[in-house]
Design a protein. Structure first.
Ligand code: 9MG
Length: 273
C-alpha cells in the first residue's frame, strides 16, 4: 500500500480494506459520547488497528440524520489531538472525516493521508484544492440534501442511475479543479438521503460503479436501514461488507473491525479456492 503524501496510488494489498470508525463526538448514532476524550479515542483507534483496520477514519462532527453542525474551532479541538497522538503509533492510514477544508488541511498537516468528504464538495472547490495540494487520498460521497434534511422523504427516479451520474459529474469537476481521478475513491453514501429500498438497490447495483475504475467505499455499518436495534445489527452489517467485497469494493467503513475483517478474509479465501 502506498499512500504517502504526494504519492497516493490507492494500491490495495487485498481486495477489500477495512476502515475503522473513530467518532470523537458526543452524539454519533451508534457510539455517541464514548470517545469524546482524545486519550479514549486514541486508545479505541489503536484497538481497531490491532483488530485489523488498515485505515482509521477520525471524525469530530456527527453525520447522523438531524445532527447539528459543529463549528470549525470545536471540530479542530476534537480531531487534531487524536491524529497527532496516532501519527507514528500505528501503520494504519489515518483518514479525516470532515466537510471543512480548514479541518482537512490541519488534519493532513498532523498526519492524515486521506480526506473523507461526505459533501463531496458541491458549493466550491476549496476542499479539492486541499486534497490536490497535500496529495491526500480523497473519498467523494454522494448525499441527497444535508445531514439536517437528508432523511425528509428522499426521492429518486432511479437511485443507481442518479449516483452513477453524480460520480461521472464529480470526477469531471474534480479533474477540472486540479484533483486527478487517481487520488479519488467513490462512495454511494448509504443512509445519506436514501430510504431502505434505495440503500438495498445501491448494494445490489454496486457493480455499475466499477466502470469508473476507482476504488469504491461502502459504509453500511450499523445503519438504520438494516432494521432492528442499533446494538443488534452486526450480522446485517457483515452481510453488507461481504456484498461490497463480492462487488469489488476497495474499502468498507465499519464499527466492528475484528468481526468484519474475519468475515472478509474468510470470504476471500473461499473466493480464491
Ligand atoms: C462519515 N460517514 C458516515 N457514514 C459514512 C459513509 O457511509 N461513507 C463515508 N464516506 N463517510 C461516512
Amino acid at each position: 500500500m502506498n499512500w504517502q503524501t504526494g504519492d497516493i496510488k490507492w494500491q490495495f494489498p487485498r481486495p477489500t480494506l477495512v476502515m475503522g470508525i473513530v467518532n470523537v463526538t458526543p452524539d454519533s448514532f451508534s457510539d455517541g459520547g464514548k470517545f469524546i476524550d482524545a486519550d479514549a479515542a486514541t486508545a479505541h483507534a489503536l484497538q481497531l488497528a490491532a483488530d485489523g483496520a488498515e485505515l482509521l477514519d477520525i471524525g469530530g462532527e456527527s453525520t447522523r440524520p438531524g445532527a447539528p453542525p459543529v463549528d470549525e474551532a470545536e471540530e479542530l479541538r476534537r480531531v487534531i489531538p487524536v491524529i497527532e497522538k496516532l501519527t507514528g503509533q500505528t501503520d494504519a492510514v489515518i483518514s479525516i472525516d470532515t466537510q471543512k477544508p480548514a479541518v482537512a488541511q490541519a488534519a493532513t498537516a498532523a498526519g492524515a493521508r486521506v480526506i473523507n468528504d461526505i459533501a463531496a464538495h458541491r458549493t466550491d472547490d476549496t476542499m479539492w484544492r486541499v486534497a490536490a495540494q497535500t496529495g491526500a487520498g480523497y473519498i467523494a460521497m454522494h448525499m441527497q440534501g444535508t445531514p439536517q434534511t437528508m432523511q425528509n422523504a428522499p426521492e429518486y427516479d432511479d437511485v443507481v442511475a442518479t449516483v452513477e451520474a453524480f460520480f461521472a459529474e464529480r470526477l469531471e469537476a474534480m479533474a477540472a479543479a486540479g484533483l486527478p481521478a487517481e487520488q479519488v475513491a467513490l462512495d454511494p453514501g448509504f443512509g445519506f438521503g436514501k430510504t431502505a429500498g434505495h440503500n438495498l438497490a445501491l448494494l445490489a447495483g454496486l457493480t455499475r460503479f466499477t466502470r469508473f475504475q476507482r476504488p469504491l467505499m461502502v459504509g453500511a455499518s450499523r445503519k438504520s436501514f438494516l432494521g432492528g436495534k442499533v446494538t443488534e445489527r452486526l450480522g446485517s452489517s457483515i452481510a453488507c461488507a461481504c456484498r461490497a467485497a463480492a462487488a469489488g469494493a476497495g474499502i468498507v467503513r465499519v464499527h466492528d473491525v475484528r468481526e468484519t475483517a474475519q468475515a472478509l478474509r474468510t470470504w476471500e479465501a473461499i473466493n480464491g479456492a
